[in-house]
Ligand binder design. Sequence first.
Ligand code: NZQ
Ligand code: ZN
Length: 393
Amino acid sequence: MNNFTYCTPTRYVFGRDTESQTGQLVRQYLGAPSRVMIVIGGGSVRRSGLLDRVIASLEASGISHIILEGINPNPTDDRVYEGIDICRREGITAILAVGGGSVIDTAKAIALGVPYDGDFWDFYAGKLPAEVALPVGVVLTIPAAGSEGSGNSVITRLDGLHKISLRSDFALRPKFAVMNPVLTFTLPPFQTASGIADMMAHIMERYFSPTPSVEVTDRLAEGLLKAIMNEAPKVMARPDDYEARANIMWAGTMAHNGICGCGRVEDWVSHFMEHELSAVYGVTHGAGLAVVFPAYLRFMADELPWKVAQWSRRVMGVDVAGDDSAVAHEGVRRLRAFFTSIGLPVTLGELGISDPDFPLLVRKLHEDKGEIIGGYRRLNAADTDRIYRLMLS
Ligand code: NZQ
Ligand code: ZN
């Protein structure tokens, strides 16, 4: 096991009706502001009545608000610049994200940009570390990206379509996250399923690691993956199954708040490859991962199968005779069948990309993420080109 530090300072407030505590939480954890910026997406929180309830809770605590509205999935830098300008003009010192990963990541980027004199993109471009930001609180509406508990923010720069994940240890972790599973009942099935693929990917990016002797972290990851695959058919069959929704929601946070990475090198190749797909083709992140991750694992089943075989046996229940490679391939076949069973694509064609530009994807991938990428096995452009092409079938 490697040395590590682990700090996850977000206060999670989980359960039915918890959004009614938002005002108090803003007072307590976001520096008692008299006014906040609320960031929302394309309208689901208005339609469900959630926004009204959140505003009522803020007003009951004496907090007024302005709203930045219409943040799209795969959020872009233009809305961040707009949010920074508004916050500066209005003297806003705290931000409340009401929505999913796209809304939360935009709120985090604005929070980082307001106190910084230069261009906020400097942080995403790796020119300096993200250390100072306005405090951000979250009311979560979709278990998927895990941004409610992560120190990450993923923004696409429109100039060149560069989708970059910024990682901070501390500054970008939300101060609190309200998590009411009832809020997820209204999710369209495709978004529910995409969220499930995303959280599984967050666990597996950490699981496929060269670091030996991480038995506790491995077993945590395996248990979470099994629980997610157990609850997934229930939420797909009955969107208002509170207990199943609650389990999936908490799993989404545990998947990405760092606990599954303690003590080991992480991988992240599948996310890097998916971010190019969603930047160039605008696909839903989790659905993209349902295509990318199995292709990555098929490649590894041939090239470096030991950990894929361990996952196949312990998580996917593979009990067939054969070497590690055969066991690994059977695990991947079962993962694809699972994704298909919850309505997700497993090929680029099913994802809606009929004529993929592989040279463009590979060039952008290595421009954005480096010449050699990956923690489990180091990969060059020839390797990633092979993995992209495995996504054809
Ligand atoms: O925009 P609205 O109208 O709110 O609709 C949203 C959106 O269309 C809808 N939705 C959310 N909650 C709903 C709902 N519809 C009905 N009922 C509800 N309760 O769902 C759609 C997707 O929302 P989005 O916020 O895009 O989803 P998600 O949480 O999957 O976030 C995806 C983004 O997060 C990034 C992804 O790359 C992508 O840009 N990621 C962020 C990470 C992080 N910050 O740690 C890590 C991830 O790996 C990921 O890369
Ligand atoms: Zn993800």
